[in-house]
Design a protein around this ligand. Sequence first.
Ligand SMILES: Cc1cc2nc3c(=O)[nH]c(=O)nc-3n(C[C@H](O)[C@H](O)[C@H](O)COP(=O)(O)OP(=O)(O)OC[C@H]3O[C@@H](n4cnc5c(N)ncnc54)[C@H](O)[C@@H]3O)c2cc1C
Length: 468
Amino acid sequence: MSDFLDQCRQLLGASHILSTPGDMAGYLTDWRARLTGKALAVLSPADTEQVAAIVRLCQQHQIPIVPQGGNTGLVLGSIPDQSGTAVVLSLRRLNRIRAIDPVNNTITVEAGCLLAHIQHAAQDANRLFPLSLAAEGSCTIGGNLSTNAGGTAVLRYGNTRELCLGLEVVTAQGEIWNGLRGLRKDNTGYDLRDLYIGAEGTLGIITGAVLKLFPRPAAELTAMAAMATPQDALRLLTLAQAHCGAALTGFELLSDDCLTLVTRHFPKMQRPFPDHYPQYVLLELSDSESTEHAAAMLEAVITSALEQQIIADAVVAASIAQSQALWKIREHIPLAQAAEGKNIKHDIALPISCIADFIAITDQQLQAQFPGCRMVTFGHLGDGNLHYNVAPPIGVAADDFIAAQSAVNRVVHDSVEQFQGSISAEHGLGALKRDEIRRYKSAVEINLMQAIKRALDPHNLMNPGKVV
Ligand SMILES: Cc1cc2nc3c(=O)[nH]c(=O)nc-3n(C[C@H](O)[C@H](O)[C@H](O)COP(=O)(O)OP(=O)(O)OC[C@H]3O[C@@H](n4cnc5c(N)ncnc54)[C@H](O)[C@@H]3O)c2cc1C
């Protein structure tokens, strides 16, 4: 093994190889600190050629590779297992913006660019790169592509997959596939780009991408509405889409329990309403005309929703600071949950029309089996994506409740299946849901996935133990 590490040192330079437990620590534990893996070394190549050379070396020595970007993934995909035989391949040094083409509306980036860095580069070119999520200051575009990340603007712009036109990939054999095409039409056979997107590093290593840019909106407006039920939130969605069309870019649901949790753990944050209501929706409008035009649309939605008794109250942010304050409430829910203690999380997708029924039925099933369990339900309602999290009843130790995780998952995931949903909407499968997914995908689908894996990575060295 020292032979392998010596060759890595020659390729990358000694300072880009970490091999002591202390040096590697930040790369081996997942973001939620649930699991710490072991690795032979953490390798940090500087460019695509070095990535390819390392992959060839790993093939030669049959060393498994765990690609890693910002390590903000939530399904244990970016950390190694306990064997200590794998290397973590950190892509963070591949952090250059290679080109911006304002006429083609594209930006070509390296995989280790932070998402926030790409957003700023687009802004400097008077363009918008619309992917946005709470981890944008730490996650990388390679990780976003590999998990097909969603975020808060999917309603208008789609998931990361929809934002990508071309890829550069180092294959499991250590070859470089240059698919950095900035084409909106390209029907020339199997779509390899779409195979690598969402593959969570199990088929190859993404080193670069061509991404779509959009015109910057002339105005952005944020509002929060209060209502009685998730069904009312769905009625508001239909109304807002009818009034605003594509200008409606975000539609986030949060329950009163979420708001209580946030204000308890972050007391400086204010409740937007003097009274408590069971549910709230955060709406974001991005208008291509003007602030006045956006405000008129929003007012029409709110007036109509009040008249139809869909909502009980609403606030519209009057400044960027107020808009940020509303979004901060939404973004602090996961942090408040972490501060509250362990809970059982689900990242699920459902047909939007079924969401209210799903919540009513599944809440009831969970209360019947785990009396007093507390629901922390929020998410990207406009995309049919809920973070449906279950916290222990008051007085029950978190570890005792977590021991029932499989039973809780069974109730939630079987209910998702009943409504023809998905048990992973935007976070992926990683190691966390690899076995669980077998219960919900047909043998035909699993076999096809395994056949793809065998064809592209016959020695099972690319992020083994994840996804399939
Ligand atoms: C506070 C917080 C909020 C979040 N909000 C959202 C949200 O709204 N929507 C959402 O979708 N996700 C969200 N996430 C999850 C996470 O941020 C995303 O999954 C993100 O896309 C991961 O990027 P990363 O660079 O951190 O990837 P990592 O965590 O490093 O890796 C994720 C997976 O991709 C693989 N990978 C990484 N880079 C490459 C590469 N270059 N080539 C091949 N494989 C690679 C890894 O092996 C791993 O399987 C959130 C996370 C946090 C902590």
